[in-house]
Design a protein around this ligand. Structure first.
Ligand code: ZN
Length: 266
């Protein structure tokens, strides 16, 4: 049985499972998610999204829904693993007065409560010094601070190829698209060699190749473009790049056989 019948008429209220799952990826105790929780609790489902079953758009009554603009970036992501598979919950950044979400792998998920849940995790729940919520591996944490005293942590999981930034003030874990971040890293480190510059995977395959200050500079630059995290003051940058060293290492790996397939990007 699909999440919702394709014959569903709009507007409709979120069903209780949809509401519970969306609120779950927006933890109540993290102040930065509060505004999104109010949208989930107040706005009706007004349209289907472009990605098929399970993809819907919430909107403020009276708002004219736009499904032609580029898909907003991911705000929150979680997975419920159960006896019959996994259900993923994706919630995207607000676009005007509309909010798009997707419940994937949802066949039978309507009866999820009755299924044997193995575990559930979301990136929103992560706290500093914890392992990756997805794969439970150790992750790289880079502590950042602004001139106004705001504390942040930049996190990289090499196993999942994921990057996020925690804002200590709001508790939000902002998911950072790898390609955009990597482009800024290449610019900030002055790496032009296409074998490296066009291969974001090398960020994860060479853990430690980039210094903390390289990563902070890349995030500062990325955030100026995308405004992912509201910063009080400027990020404090320090240290030096390791460009020549990285290029040397990657150069020795260029003959290495590449693994097929690609990771899903945020
Ligand atoms: Zn991971």
């Amino acid at each position: 049985m699909p999440v919702m019948s394709s014959l569903a008429r709009f507007p409709r209220e979120l069903d209780s499972l949809e509401r519970d799952l969306l609120l779950w990826v927006l933890p109540k105790e993290r102040s930065g998610y509060a505004e999104y929780r109010t949208f989930v609790e107040a706005w009706p489902v007004v349209a289907a999204g472009r990605r098929g079953e399970g993809n819907y758009i919430l909107a403020e009554p009276g708002w004219v829904v736009d499904i032609d603009s580029p898909l907003p970036q991911l705000l929150a992501y979680g997975v419920v693993e159960h006896a019959l598979g996994a259900l993923t919950i994706s919630l995207r950044e607000r676009f005007g007065r509309q909010l798009e979400f997707e419940l994937e792998g949802g066949s039978d998920c309507i009866d999820l409560a009755a299924l044997r849940q193995i575990r559930r995790w979301s990136f929103s729940e992560w706290l500093p010094s914890q392992p990756c919520p997805s794969c439970r591996s150790r992750i790289r944490e880079v502590t950042m601070a602004t001139t106004a005293g705001q504390a942040l942590v930049l996190v990289l999981c090499s196993k999942d190829h994921r990057i996020w930034v925690q804002d200590g003030q709001t508790g939000v874990n902002a998911l950072i698209p790898v390609t955009g971040f990597y482009n800024e890293l290449m610019l900030q480190t002055g790496i032009h060699d296409p074998k490296i510059a066009l291969d974001p995977k090398s960020l994860f395959e060479l853990p430690g190749a980039y210094s903390d200050s390289d990563l902070i500079s890349a995030f500062a630059s990325y955030n100026q473009l995308r405004n992912k995290v509201a910063l009080a003051g400027d990020l404090i940058l320090a240290g030096q790049h390791k460009v020549n060293w990285i290029q040397g290492i990657v150069g020795t790996l260029t003959g290495k056989k590449k693994q097929p397939g690609h990771k899903k990007e945020f």
